[in-house]
Design a protein around this ligand. Structure first.
Ligand code: MRU
Length: 344
């Protein structure tokens, strides 16, 4: 079964509703930028690179039926960008994608509006294709860090569902499995939203990669038993100094990895690097509905009337990261310099 997070048919963006996985495969048709905003905000589609590509198509859908001059189309496109950028705050790929479309439209603002629309659409299509190519390269570069017999631990979902194809951290696991054969994975369930149990377990199973699913709080014990060769995680935003925001629980894993002397790698396309921020302290962290913590599988598990924290992401300081696997190669400390070089 081919797992695809999104598919554009020329008119409509079909988004696989990941909230229903692994039990139901339902595509939601998005015909307007509002539909795309809803799909991102309600987490029908999630994962930084997938959000970025969906937003690029959202930009096109926002001006698709616009009639008027190219100047007015550009104004409209800016409004669409501002609107889409509010769908979720942490993954920088969202703003990166809408910015790229807007910049391109500004460059071609003298084209007749119908041609400008086509130019925007072609850019969104190119971004979709690029995402798959970048992720393939991440797998290629990242797999060089592993060897036959290794067991790779990961958190959240970073596979085809979180991207256009292959995934990021997942691409490293998949490519290592293809190259070395004896590769195993350990997937953390990723409380509270359970992307690991619902999505990564599905993708690992589909790919035929041997794996164990564990709850997040088992990770330290499993590491202490010598069962983990390396850890690879995705990223939602990487600051100029290498500090990395990723799914809540990633920081805990990195601390444990350092204690157990297990290599800790972040895998992400360069579109996840935010050159405008100096450190992770500037990354906005999404705070989600308390129900995700007080409930499990739709059933309340905590008493009524209590206070809850529910940050969806945490920040791993650069000092805990051994290397960042990008589509341009593997970079190491000092990240301030290596990130600057890779973005040149
Ligand atoms: O809240 P989510 O499911 O969008 O969070 C996803 C993650 O944290 C991923 O690790 C990250 O976006 C990288 S996906 C290739």
């Amino acid at each position: 079964m081919e797992i695809r997070s999104l598919k554009f048919d020329g008119e409509v963006l079909h988004i696989l509703d990941q909230r229903k996985l692994p039990f139901e495969f339902i595509n939601v048709p998005c015909k307007t930028e509002k539909d795309v905003w809803e799909a991102i905000n309600k987490m029908m589609i999630r994962g930084a690179p997938a959000i970025g590509v969906a937003a690029a198509y959202g930009m096109y859908l926002g001006i698709k039926n616009f009639t008027g001059t190219s100047g007015n189309l550009l104004k409209r496109l800016k409004e669409v960008k501002e609107y889409l950028d509010t769908a979720r705050p942490t993954a920088v790929n969202l703003k990166w994608a809408t910015e790229r479309i807007l910049k391109l439209a500004e460059k071609f603002k003298d084209l007749p509006s119908e041609e400008l629309k086509q130019t925007i659409l072609l850019e969104a299509i190119a971004m979709e294709k690029e995402d798959a190519e970048r992720n393939f390269k991440i797998g290629e570069f990242g797999s060089a860090l592993f060897k036959d017999g290794d067991t790779i631990m990961t958190i959240c979902n970073t596979g085809a569902l979180a991207t256009v194809a292959y995934g990021t951290a997942f691409s490293v696991i998949r490519r290592s499995f293809e190259k070395y054969k004896d590769i195993k994975a350990i997937a953390l369930e990723t409380r509270p939203y359970l992307q690991g149990a619902r999505l990564t377990a599905l993708e690992l199973k589909e790919a035929g990669i041997p794996f164990h699913l564990i709850t997040d709080n088992m990770s330290g014990f499993i590491m202490s038993k010598g069962l983990v060769s390396g850890i690879v995680v995705g990223a939602d935003r990487i600051a100029s100094n290498g500090d990395t925001a990723n799914k809540i629980g990633t920081y805990t894993l990195a601390v444990l990895a350092m204690h157990h002397k297990i290599p800790f790698y972040v895998a992400a396309p360069i579109s996840t690097i935010d050159p405008h921020i100096e450190s992770g302290a500037e990354i906005p962290i999404e705070e989600r509905n308390p129900d995700e913590v007080t409930h499990c599988g739709g059933k309340r598990i905590a008493p009524e009337g209590i206070k809850v924290y529910n940050p969806a992401f945490d920040v791993t300081p650069n000092g805990l990261i051994d290397a960042i696997i990008t589509d341009k190669g593997v970079i190491r400390k000092p990240f301030k310099e290596s990130i600057k070089d890779i973005l040149k």
